[in-house]
Design a protein around this ligand. Structure first.
Ligand code: ZN
Length: 57
């Protein structure tokens, strides 16, 4: 199974972080600790704005 990496801009401070779209743990912003992604068992629920999708090869 493959997933994608996404660049997400934090909704609180606009800091950009790269996260896996099937993240299995809660991902928080390294700058302000806002939640960027929550695991759901499949694709993570994303918070903030996706600015880039990085396909894995
Ligand atoms: Zn932030």
């Amino acid at each position: 199974m493959t997933g994608r990496f996404l660049t997400v801009a934090c909704g609180e401070c606009e800091h950009e972080a790269t996260i896996f779209d099937r993240a299995s743990t809660v991902v928080t912003c390294s700058e302000c600790d806002a939640v960027l992604a929550e695991p759901t068992g499949g694709k993570a629920t994303l918070f903030g704005e996706v600015v880039e999708i990085v396909e894995e090869r």
